[in-house]
Design a protein around this ligand. Structure first.
Ligand code: CP3
Length: 343
């Protein structure tokens, strides 16, 4: 492979520090783009959209074409796993996800065998994207973190996760059982994505917050470590980015236990924690506040420069601290890409 076609993102995940950090944004595809909204009108059912390789590949490529990001992330959703495991999943327009009753544990376990076939369209999306994507751009596959997915499975919708946390205390066997199923199902799903062309994997643990240390280890760090170990067992050697959003003071413990290659940091992460992680051998990713991206202006520019200064001397992937907000002005995204590309 020539140096010019080796994706900047992969070099960074190998520990290399180049003239500028690679940049991509979580949830870079989606409603902030007018071309996405047009495409989305053709598929009223969001799940059907995710499982339509032609449309999903187009949605994946749109933000890379428009902003020249260093990576594409496959267009899918973390809730495809519960769907494949036999739980009903649908999206209420303007409200978000809804899930049907939690299936019996034995049915969930049996569901693992269906994951690969039911989510094969996501593999087809990856193949189509890889065929069109410039070789200098990396292709990212993903799954939800088991705890985050479990909160939706338990609560039936996005909420404040209090009910899911309460269940983790009151019915530990039930929650551990769901996590076990999700660890295996996610590993199988992620391995399939790598065979289809994903060069990097990310675990989106969006609801890692508010967990006491022992519960955090049981529900977040160890399940991530088990997914990584299972992937290695399955012969998958691509780098894994773990994003335990809201881990707060536990993020370094997460890094040591989870054994991922790169730590996704959220908007609160301190400069010092990021530098310590880099010094201990991790690449880091993050952590511009999506609210500040939406707000724009001098405050945004100052923060972008600060992030580049505080972390740019080590392996650092420029990204947000959570997903892009749908009403973000596109000019702000263009400006950040420019600031990162020509510091
Ligand atoms: O990053 C990308 O561009 C790839 C696509 C992607 C989507 N969802 C598409 C999507 C990714 C990586 C996700 C992850 C995801 N999905 C997470 C973890 C990251 C995070 O943001 O916390 C979570 C919690 C979900 C579950 C989910 N999917 C919710 C809560 C919602 C509704 C809220 C919302 O933002 O609309 C979705 C729907 C969803 N997933 C949309 C997109 C583009 C919007 C659906 C639409 O077009 O109407």
């Amino acid at each position: 492979m020539t140096p010019t076609s080796h994706p900047r993102l992969l070099a960074c995940l190998d520990g290399e520090v180049a003239d500028r950090p690679p940049i991509w944004f979580m949830r870079q595809a989606g409603r902030s783009l007018p071309e996405y909204r047009l495409l989305r009108e053709k598929a009223p059912d969001f799940i059907a959209f995710c499982l339509n390789p032609e449309m999903a590949a187009e949605a994946t490529l749109q933000p890379v074409r428009r902003f020249n990001f260093d990576a594409a992330i496959v267009f899918a959703d973390i809730l495809l796993i519960p769907l494949a495991l036999g739980q009903k999943v649908w999206f209420e327009a303007g409200e978000g996800p809804r899930l049907g009753e939690l299936p019996e544990m034995s049915r969930l376990r049996d569901g693992i065998a269906q994951v690969e076939e039911m989510l094969a369209p996501v593999g087809e999306t990856l193949r189509r994207v890889r065929a069109e994507l410039d070789p200098s751009r990396a292709l990212i596959g993903f799954a939800g973190g088991p705890w985050t997915v479990a909160t939706y499975m338990l609560e039936g919708r996005g909420g404040d996760r209090a009910a899911a946390r309460a269940t983790a205390f009151s019915q530990p066997e039930l929650v551990d059982g769901i996590i076990d199923v999700l660890v295996e199902a996610s590993a199988i799903y992620l391995a399939m994505q790598v065979r289809a062309g994903a060069q990097v994997l990310q675990l989106f643990e969006s609801w890692a917050e508010l967990l006491p240390e022992d519960l955090f280890e049981r529900l977040v760090s160890r399940p991530h470590a088990r997914i990584v170990a299972r992937l290695r067992e399955l012969g998958v050697d691509v780098p894994v980015i773990g994003f335990p959003r809201g881990a707060g003071a536990l993020v370094e413990e997460y890094a040591f236990v989870a054994k991922v290659n790169c730590i996704g940091l959220d908007v609160q992460a301190s400069a010092a924690v990021g530098r310590r992680l880099q010094a201990n051998g991790w690449a880091i990713q993050g952590a511009l506040d999506p609210l500040l991206l939406r707000a724009g202006g001098a405050a945004m520019e100052t923060r972008v420069r600060q992030l580049l200064d505080q972390w740019g001397l080590g392996p650092y992937i420029f990204n947000l601290g959570h997903g892009i907000l749908p009403d973000t002005p596109l000019a702000h995204i263009e400006q950040v890409v420019r600031l990162v590309s020509e510091p």
